[in-house]
Design a protein around this ligand. Sequence first.
Ligand code: TRP
Length: 430
Amino acid sequence: MSSTRFLTGITTSGTPHLGNYVGSIRPSVRASQADHVESYYFLADYHALIKIDEPSRIQRSTLEIAASWLAAGLNPERVTFYRQSDIPEIPELTWLLTCVTGKGVLNRAHAYKAAVDKNSASGQDPDMDVSAGLFMYPVLMGADILMFNAHLVPVGRDQIQHIEMARDMANSFNHRYGEHFVPPQAVIEESVATLPGLDGRKMSKSYDNTIPLFAPREQLKKLIAGIKTDSRAPGEPKDTEGSALFQIYQAFASDEEAQALRSAYANGIAWGDAKQILFERIDREIAPMREAYEDLINHPAKIEAILLAGAAKARQRATPFMAELRHAVGLRKLGDQTKTAAQKATKAALPNFKQYREADGQFRFKLVDAQGRLLLQSLGFESPRQAAQAIGLLQKQGASALPELTSQLEALDVDMADVTAALAQLAAAG
Ligand code: TRP
């Protein structure tokens, strides 16, 4: 049975927090354990360069994110786990995709557009502080996905547009050069709620309200004590609705545990006690991983070896695939005149002329499209040369030769636009 390929990347621009764990790390580690899936997990460090110009932060974040995935149970034997910048085929593919992507499409990408709109709104030059890297980011992401012909890409809502762009890139490349890419699909995890942060807004580095996933025990406790609550005193019933503390608890607790805390809220539990319950529940899940995490962080060479092995595995696919793509677009050794199977298939899918002799002894030709539908039918010619001349004229001049030939053609009930398109397609194929 052939398997479905999943692929997901995390930009190495920060320290993983509980929101990343609940929204991305935990569900993808679980998904990677299912049968008949082939998964690709990578550290998107080229992407980090778009946002961060502090080299040591990129290195540190790469280490922390890799250690987090591994500590959370990602099995590098079972999945392909690698660092983007270890795969030189990815930037190479980025260029091929750049050349089949409309600039207008990239103009509409959310991240780029938001930056430009913000500048314009404040009366600045629209392109102020906008790097070409930010502009090109969807193409790099397209290359990440298409390099491994992933079928499914689990992402947050903000990334759906990028997956659609990757589909467009796959289709335009296939249209020009034959079928090489599978258009990918986004998978949106509806069930995974976004986790609120310390202040109740979505947990996010940009709000500075995060709880680091592997904060040491004491720090975890302190941070949880800082979660925003209302001013209700011990003994007063409390609302679970809109309570960040309760929502975070729910992301870790079983249904029964959540139900128990719900009752405790109704019965007026003190905020301090609720925070203690939350701390213990999170720590119960995280503590065993924290040990593995700390061991990995203290042995970066172990992680490095795992990533290099992952890159070698990824390149077993990427290297031959890139060779196929280079050939497809015409980046070829000059001695090599052979045609790829895909090219032959394209040729077979073209309209074509057929020349033949009728029972009446006259010579005729017809033009049929790839599906065998009759587009042009000639009347009889005295010699095969005359028929060939008419064909030559159509091949050379396309539809503009038609008026000259009307007296030699049968009137057919076909759309002239189809005939024109077929002739243009033949001319383009040479
Ligand atoms: N852009 C993604 C993010 O910011 C990270 C990413 C890069 C990614 N390349 C990818 C995700 C390919 C999925 C597939 O979240």
